[in-house]
Design a protein around this ligand. Sequence first.
Ligand code: CU
Length: 228
Amino acid sequence: MFNQSSSNAIVVAIVIAIVAVGAGTGLFAGYFMTQAPFEQTHGSTTTPTGSASAYSLVMVITTNNVYNSTVGDQPAFFVLSNGTLKSSANISIPANREIDLTIINYDGGNGSLPPIFANVTGTLNGKETIYNNTNINSTNGTGQIAVNGSVQVTSVNASVVAHTFTVFSNGTEVLNLPIVESSVIQASFTLAPGTYSWQCEVACGSGSSGWEGAMNTSGWMAGILTAQ
Ligand SMILES: [Cu+2]
């Protein structure tokens, strides 16, 4: 049975719901604006990009890798291939084809880097996508990982960069992806045929400079990238 009073009740309920959602959104936006270390290019949730014809390359950064008995643990990049972590010393990709690169970073720390390497360069849209980062997405505090979507950025705050994946052609930078602490990043790029070097630009290694150990060892924080 429909009558005016129940209709009014429904309208009131809808208005309350809209106000509640609006307030919640406002609160979240406020949290985001004060906490987010990123220069946002847009604030909406996105889905992973990459076309069906793209070549998928997945890399994983782990921290508890024994370098040697003197240095101890060092962080290292690996290539995830058929469910196995393989060495990143010599990475092979198809040339002149879209590469859909995902980097899963388990390292929650950060380090010093020249600020220029906090910029994203060399990707097809000039951006990278960051997923599930504790600093931008957690509503439970920075110690928690909350799966709350993603953000596309053209640069990040250097203070939250754990590593970079930086590719050079004869010393000239052709790709730079800053990798935020405890995050997953994705970017798409293409490379002409050739032999490139890759290097992390965050001083995450050993020694007083942080540039020893992993930083100058192929398969840890440096290596060769071949496009053919
Ligand atoms: Cu590094």
